[in-house]
Write a protein that binds this ligand. Structure first.
Ligand SMILES: [Zn+2]
Length: 52
């Protein structure tokens, strides 16, 4: 299963999960949705910065 990028509508937390996810690992609210293309880009950019 491919990893997907999600965003929390409550706290704005961006995270990646393999498979389905409906709960935010940061605030615990079930306000998670698929990240938009812009948010996915932001997430990729952020990971790049942190990993190097
Ligand atoms: Zn959250």
């Amino acid at each position: 299963m491919a990893a997907k990028i999600y965003v929390c509508d409550n706290c704005g937390f961006l995270f990646t999960r393999t498979g389905e996810c409906d709960q935010c690992p940061d605030c615990g609210k079930k306000m998670v949705r698929d990240a938009s293309p812009e948010e996915k880009e932001e997430f990729a950019k952020r990971q790049k910065e942190y990993n190097c």
